[in-house]
Design a protein around this ligand. Structure first.
Ligand SMILES: [Fe+2]
Length: 274
């Protein structure tokens, strides 16, 4: 297939035209990876993969991680189901409800994922948008003095899986890990700010008040609308994002409407985050 990459009118992202993910060639995969490296998020419309086809598509970008929970809405152990659909009041998928603050997937683990592909199957009539912040552009636009200040700093991140707000931080058993505050992307040499409002607890080298102030300042900066693309989902959309160059958030939506998304998670096979 001949694919066309059209940059979105946004601070990041590109739409891919002319591709059915059920039949992609090695050349297509190369072009998709190049587009992802350049634009950090790629959007494909009107896709109808089976679960296995979604997994196979994800393999174009790297190894696929197993899901922590296998949902009855899929049954495939490499598909993470994100949904508010319930049976006897119990959610059948993960991250069922409402707003999620900006976060970097798995940043609280030693080796966060490289990215993910998310397929929209059922969506609410309003809300449930996914917002992506360009952490590379956010770094590049910092004043030189701030860039120097960040040099050598590390931040600790934590998260209780399944929680959707910082209420999770009340639980001390949560998994946590520290990473450099600025990371370098091996393929491109670009640098990105690795911080997020939902998961970053503290900057290890600073006293608490300075740490909190810098986290707030950097989160406000990264989340500035001039760095953010807000994706309004259509059924059949697949979004692939580079988790090293972006953070993402979800807008609120009505609990009375069904939302069903399926995700594959791409392992980072290149290097630890440091
Ligand atoms: Fe996420």
């Amino acid at each position: 297939m001949t694919i066309k990459v059209e940059k979105l009118d946004a601070p990041l992202g590109a739409e891919i035209h002319g591709l059915d993910i059920r039949a992609i060639s090695g050349e297509d995969a190369k072009a998709l990876n190049a587009a992802l490296m350049q634009h950090h998020v790629i959007v494909l419309r009107d896709q109808k993969p089976t679960d296995q086809q979604l997994v196979d598509f994800g393999k174009s970008f790297g190894d696929i991680k197993k899901s922590r929970f296998v949902s009855p809405l899929s049954g495939h152990d490499q598909i993470m189901v994100i949904s508010n659909i319930r049976e006897d009041g119990k959610p059948l998928g993960q991250l069922p409800d409402g707003e999620m603050w900006f976060h970097i997937d798995q940043i609280y683990t030693p080796q966060p994922c490289k990215g993910a592909a998310l397929h929209a199957i059922e969506i609410p009539s309003e809300g449930g948008d996914t917002c992506f912040a360009n952490a590379v552009l956010a770094f590049e636009t910092l004043p030189e003095a701030t860039k120097k200040r960040l040099d050598g700093l590390t931040a600790q991140h934590s998260f209780q899986y399944g929680a959707t707000t910082t209420d999770a931080k009340k639980n001390d058993d949560r998994p946590r890990f520290s990473h450099p505050l600025v990371r370098r992307i091996p393929e491109t040499g670009k640098r990105a700010i690795a911080i997020c409002r939902l998961m970053t607890d503290r900057i290890n080298e600073l006293p608490e008040n300075e740490s909190r102030a810098l986290i707030d300042e950097l989160c406000d900066h990264v989340e500035n609308p001039r760095f953010v693309y807000q994706h309004k989902w259509r059924i059949g959309d697949i979004l692939v994002w580079d988790n090293r160059c972006t953070s993402h958030a979800r807008t609120d939506f009505s609990e009375s409407e069904r939302r069903l998304m399926k995700r594959v998670t791409i392992a980072d096979d290149l290097a630890p985050i440091a």
